[in-house]
Ligand binder design. Sequence first.
Ligand SMILES: *[C@@H]1O[C@H](CO)[C@@H](O)[C@H](O)[C@H]1NC(C)=O
Ligand SMILES: *[C@@H]1O[C@H](CO)[C@@H](O)[C@H](O)[C@H]1NC(C)=O
Ligand SMILES: *[C@@H]1O[C@H](CO)[C@@H](O)[C@H](O)[C@H]1NC(C)=O
Length: 397
Amino acid sequence: MSSVFGVFWRVYAAFISPPRPDNVEDNDTLPPLKIGILGAAAIAPPALVLPAKSHPEVELYAVAARDISRAEKFAKKHGFKKWYGGKDGYQDLLDDQEIDIVYNPLPNGLHYEWTMKALAAGKHVLLEKPSGNTAEETRRMFSLADQKGLVLLEAFHYKFHPAIQRVRAIIDSGELGAIKEVNATLALPKGMLGNDDDIRMNYDLGGGAMMDCGCYTLSCVRYLISNNPSAVISATAMRYSKDPRIDTGTTANLTFASLKPGEEPVRSIIKCDFAIPPRWGLIPRWPDLSVRAVCERGSIEIFNYVMPVIYHSITVRPDGKVPRTEKAYTFEGGKGEEWWTTYRYQLEAFVDKVKGRTPQTWVNPEDSIANMEWIEKIYEESGLGSRPQSTYVLPTA
Ligand SMILES: *[C@@H]1O[C@H](CO)[C@@H](O)[C@H](O)[C@H]1NC(C)=O
Ligand SMILES: *[C@@H]1O[C@H](CO)[C@@H](O)[C@H](O)[C@H]1NC(C)=O
Ligand SMILES: *[C@@H]1O[C@H](CO)[C@@H](O)[C@H](O)[C@H]1NC(C)=O
């Protein structure tokens, strides 16, 4: 049994105390890539700080926050050497010549401005998803990265983990025949996200459930179908009582052209929700993190494609055969450990790319642009409209 001990060990190593690699200190032959973080965001510790601790080629170097005491506290707690704060704190961090990589977990509405500034300062950027407020912002950021020869990655971390890759490999293997239908859900119990002061509820900052948890569901069905939608058939949003431009949840009915000419289109329902109400008004529910696909000759589903390191299961039901359950915590013959999180796999790929090696997986610019385009189309269909495009203009040098 990979059991309860397996879960505890993985969670301990992944989120509490990652094992340190042997050659992490004092490696003069190859100085580590120095990382700077824009904003002392709550996502930074799991998404980057912990993964960096077990990566031998990076160093947690600097953090910037509007409030310098917050930056200092964050830096000391997580072992960063430097901190920047105040009105010019973010720019001061970008001007630090020591920094190689900038992690941008700022609110969505600030992704564009600060990613453009970071690229202009010559930094590689790991950018939180969704990449911007609009596809146009995403296009411009990738175009600047390309011009400058810098690495820019939209942090779709779940794609770097073996679990979702295994699901796609089973679909692509043809074992179950062509994919006909795939649904993806990311719904969280009321109270976890989406409180009134949450940036996710702020329209100007690029808030809304479809931007936040919805961007995963869209990305995931596009990934498993290996195609972009051909249309949004319908999309319904639950509107936030205090600002009707913000969705607290969205359900979209999408259609995709089949990859096999002449076949029926592939159907897909994606759902995201910040606030599933408690059962009978009382019992909190588990997050719903499921993806289920029906193919010509069977079905496949994965539970927990978002945080698979904690626990996940892949259930394959070939028609007329015994169903089976699979797990995938590591790649056969590839880099990784059972306790590596999606974020740790992602950091491995990011560093590989910066170092000119071939990463195991990559999210290319076209993929990031398409995801943003279809988020906008879904918002258009639900009647809420796109999030506002940044008015920032990068000064020409
Ligand atoms: C320095 O790091 C490189 C890359 O991780 C490793 O191959 C090398 O053995 C390390 N050197 C020392 C002295 O630890
Ligand atoms: C999605 O749209 C298709 C095509 O109009 C329709 O047949 C199907 O019932 C819709 N699915 C749901 C769950 O509304
Ligand atoms: C997808 O969701 C629709 C609407 O809830 C449902 O009718 C359909 O059976 C689901 N398909 C799969 C593969 O789960």
